[in-house]
Design a protein around this ligand. Structure first.
Ligand SMILES: N[C@@H](CCC(=O)N[C@@H](CS)C(=O)NCC(=O)O)C(=O)O
Length: 200
């Protein structure tokens, strides 16, 4: 498959992790390059990554959709897949993490463009939303996992990728919270997480 994305994006990292977990192959079109970004924009009207083209002609955008397609076609590897009530709980957790990362990315880029959250009420709200969500996430965790099974699932993967992105971009004081530090350190025992880290 051909994966359009960057090595820094937390959304793309989820897909890169799952591809590795399922022992599949891919070629990356790096959308941080001018040529890669231009090519992606001719193919994907959302202008967002990840975007994937499969050998069978299937073309998909959005990390959730791409991962669902991979699971349906290639299995779920060693991931924890919740069922029943836990499935809906995981769905809430994942949606909360997505909302936090989207808000944090907005704040990051708008700050880069010179805006200050204190001067723009909606930007301040976006910033405070990240804190609200991370506080709630903390209350949902049981140690470094969301489940007593103590096994990596999509909720843990998504949390890890956002924490690492926030740390990497200095977008949130992640390293000031011992729980986030513990999660980052302990999950790096997982080879596929280690090898998909954003570049230093
Ligand atoms: N819901 C999408 C979000 C994708 C997304 O926001 N990707 C970011 C990369 S970190 C992007 O391409 N942003 C480009 C932009 O906002 O212009 C997913 O899960 O894939």
């Amino acid at each position: 498959m051909k994966l359009y994305g960057s090595l820094t994006s937390p959304f793309v990292r989820r897909v890169r992790f799952i591809i590795k977990e399922l022992k599949l192959n891919y070629t990356l079109v790096d959308t941080l390059t001018e040529a890669g970004q231009a090519e992606m924009r001719t193919k994907n009207p959302l202008w967002k990554v990840p975007y994937v083209e499969f050998e069978n002609g299937m073309k998909l955008w959005d990390s959730h959709v791409i991962i669902s397609y991979l699971f349906e076609n290639f299995g779920t590897g060693s991931l924890r897949i919740p069922s029943g009530k836990e499935k809906w709980r995981e769905s809430n957790i994942i949606h909360a993490i997505d909302t936090a990362v989207e808000s944090a990315i907005n704040v990051f880029y708008l700050k880069n463009d010179g805006l200050k959250p204190e001067d723009v009420p909606y930007l301040l709200k976006q910033s405070n939303r990240v804190t609200s969500i991370l506080n709630w996430i903390q209350s949902e965790l049981d140690g470094i996992y969301f489940s007593k099974e103590e096994k990596m699932g999509l909720s843990e993967l998504n949390l890890l990728t956002i924490l690492d992105w926030l740390r990497f971009r200095n977008a949130y004081p992640v390293m000031e919270n011992p729980l986030w530090v513990e999660i980052l350190n302990k999950h790096y025992g997982n080879e596929n997480l280690l090898s998909t880290r954003p570049p230093a």
